[in-house]
Design a protein around this ligand. Structure first.
Ligand SMILES: [Zn+2]
Length: 254
């Protein structure tokens, strides 16, 4: 039997996609802190190294560190209290909390391995320590949930699938669409898992988890006309997020 050029391309394209899928599903492991199975292609050491490498770059994009040492200390203290009283303490990550000078961008984010940031623009909108704990708890959730590492594994898969799609045309296109759907779904899942873990960490550290709902409202107000990356349209909608936070509070309060 002789394969025509087009058929051969499809076979090759599908082969590349299958190779990518085998690699992706072969790198699945259970996260011991969340119990969730996820595909990860980085070691924890690599995650920590990536975080440390990128921390100065991220800081620079937000005007560097905030010069007020007392405010820095407060962010440190709340972050440390959250780590010391929760399962975050048992993870191999090195948590560091940074207050960024940026007075305009309302944002908080985490790099893999434990580097966590909040901008002054967000901090100044908060009125209680519990609200700050809500934000930092959510960000610790991204680290413990290994969301960045998971995204990296997914984008490797997406790249492989895209290559397969280029080679194999039709069949590859279908696989590519499936890959895209998978990526979107998981992006929303990250936020919900971090909210859930945030609630748990707040309770374990003695903070009032209702403050995370207040944070959602603060972010919602701040998003009026302004860019709030932690709260973009690609994220779960605010009302849905608040409903899930309420469920988590009931679940963990028992
Ligand atoms: Zn988040």
């Amino acid at each position: 039997m002789k394969l025509g050029g087009r058929a051969l391309k499809i076979v090759l394209g599908v082969g590349i996609v299958i190779f990518g899928l085998i690699k992706y599903y072969g790198s699945q492991e259970e996260n011991p802190y969340t119990g969730r199975t996820q595909a990860i292609s980085l070691t924890t050491e690599e995650e920590i190294a990536i975080g440390l490498q990128n921390a100065p770059i991220m800081a620079e994009q937000h005007g560097g560190m905030h010069p007020d040492q007392q405010l820095q200390n407060m962010v440190d203290r709340v972050g440390k209290k959250l780590v010391d009283n929760t399962i975050a303490r048992e993870t191999p990550y090195q948590y560091e909390f940074h207050l960024l000078r940026d007075p305009k961008t309302v944002n908080a984010f985490a790099l893999p391995g434990g580097q966590i940031f909040i901008t002054y623009a967000l901090l100044e909108r908060l009125s209680t320590e519990d609200q700050l704990a809500g934000i930092l708890g959510h960000e610790i959730g991204h680290v413990v949930g290994r969301h960045s590492a998971e995204r990296i594994a997914q984008s490797e898969l997406a790249n492989t699938v895209a290559t397969g799609a280029q080679v194999g045309a039709d069949a590859g296109m279908l696989a590519s669409q499936l890959g895209q759907t998978l990526l979107l779904k998981n992006g929303r899942g990250d936020e919900l898992e971090s909210d859930d873990l945030g609630v748990k960490f707040m309770l374990d550290a003695g903070y009032d988890p209702e403050a995370l709902i207040e944070v959602m409202q603060i972010l919602k107000e701040a998003s009026g006309g302004q860019r709030v990356p932690e709260f973009q349209s690609s994220h779960p909608d605010p009302e849905n997020r608040i409903a899930k936070i309420k469920e988590a509070i009931e679940k963990y309060r028992g």
